[in-house]
Design a protein. Structure first.
Length: 184
């Protein structure tokens, strides 16, 4: 599923017009530039964490938007997929800023994060949000199984917003985004 999420988001990244970097996104505190940098940098974050068992320390992150961010994303995505395919990766304890998790749980977080931020970017740049319906349904089922209400709240105060109601005909990716607190 992680490889599918990376492929979906790579398609959205390929459709980003450099002139839209200062546009707003569904994440009110981020412009398109910050979202692209988060998505691209996230691939290396996921890879390093899976490889070493520890989240990389902060630091000055590069501005991927100044270069070929699609190529950088694809390189990081390939590294992350390889890291999570290692024989012990699913059972290895991953030390993250918010707690220790087994790799099998962290890969779900990485997958949902990548796919949902791809949705955010699609929405922000006027692309279709009807992304990989089968994967979106799988990720929605996973999110519904592990996202407690105490992680929901206002932006900047909680990792996820309150659930948003969607029309019955909403595509699966829009339903996932709404479950995670986005306005489809």
């Amino acid at each position: 599923m992680l490889a599918q999420a990376f492929a979906s988001t790579a398609g959205v990244l390929s459709g980003v017009d450099a002139q839209k970097m200062d546009g707003s996104t569904p994440c009110a505190s981020w412009k398109v530039r910050e979202l692209v940098n988060h998505i691209v940098g996230g691939t290396t974050y996921f890879a390093v964490t899976a490889e070493t068992g520890e989240a990389p320390s902060g630091g000055d992150a590069p501005d991927f938007c100044e270069g070929d961010f699609v190529t950088e994303f694809n390189k990081g995505a390939a590294r992350a997929v390889k890291a999570f395919e290692a024989p012990d990766a699913m059972d290895k304890t991953m030390k993250l800023p918010f707690g220790d998790l087994p790799g099998g749980v962290f890969i779900n977080i990485a997958t949902i994060d990548t796919f949902t931020h791809g949705w955010d970017l699609a929405k922000a740049t006027g692309q279709s949000t009807d992304l990989d319906p089968g994967l979106a349904m799988q990720l929605l089922a996973i999110a519904e199984g592990f996202l407690p209400d105490d992680l929901r709240g206002a932006e900047g105060q909680a990792p996820f917003g309150p659930k948003v109601e969607v029309p019955s005909g909403a595509c699966p990716a829009d339903r996932l985004a709404a479950f995670l607190g986005r306005q489809p």
